[in-house]
Design a protein around this ligand. Sequence first.
Ligand SMILES: Cc1cc2nc3c(=O)[nH]c(=O)nc-3n(C[C@H](O)[C@H](O)[C@H](O)COP(=O)(O)O)c2cc1C
Length: 211
Amino acid sequence: MRTMVLNASPRKNWNTAQMLKSAQKGAESVGAETEYIDLYDLNYTGCRSCLACKRKDGQRCHCFWKDDLSPVLDRIFATDTLIIGSPIFLGDTTSQFHALLERLDFVTLSYDDYSHYFEGKVNLGIILTMNAPLEFYKEYYEAKINEQIRQLNFLNGKVMIYPSFDTLQVKDYSKYNMAASDEKHKKEVHERQFPIDLEQAFGMGAMLSKL
Ligand SMILES: Cc1cc2nc3c(=O)[nH]c(=O)nc-3n(C[C@H](O)[C@H](O)[C@H](O)COP(=O)(O)O)c2cc1C
């Protein structure tokens, strides 16, 4: 039983990373072998359109571009559970998340009939963290993000999405021009809600890994 955990946040120890590390512990609690990767440490871009994955003599579900992501993609297709975390940047997942999605989706896509070549099953957990509260997420982000995650349905597994709202963005708001955020409120949410979010992430890691 293998679980891969991918951090698509540039920050290695903040909200998204903490949620992911909790999900990783959840996976390990049910006996999964885990691997954790900070995507911002890898050197990669989105698809380069070399089309080697579409060649008649080529291999399916394999990216031929030689960079840090291609071996990770190979491991994703061989894992049982994949958990990806991303903060919301400008109403969307991060650019590293997008580039990963582009590569993962395209190498499995058939240009003969637009079906997907991947025949295995990978359970998918998505962790999102954001400044926005729940209501704002529901109104402006949720439909778009769900549509994006639906692109990964070809992984054929169970999909769970866990958003964490109103996150603490910096330790000391007084040092920044961030008057739109109420520090007292942010800290209250961080103390009351974030531990619950960490527990939920643990549960997600455990549940997806034992399916
Ligand atoms: C470049 C940038 C853009 C952001 N855009 C949004 C946004 O559109 N909506 C939102 O709710 N939060 C936004 N945020 C806040 C982050 O999503 C939030 O602080 C998140 O929890 C950060 O994750 P991290 O702690 O793992 O780095 C943005 C942060 C940055 C740095």
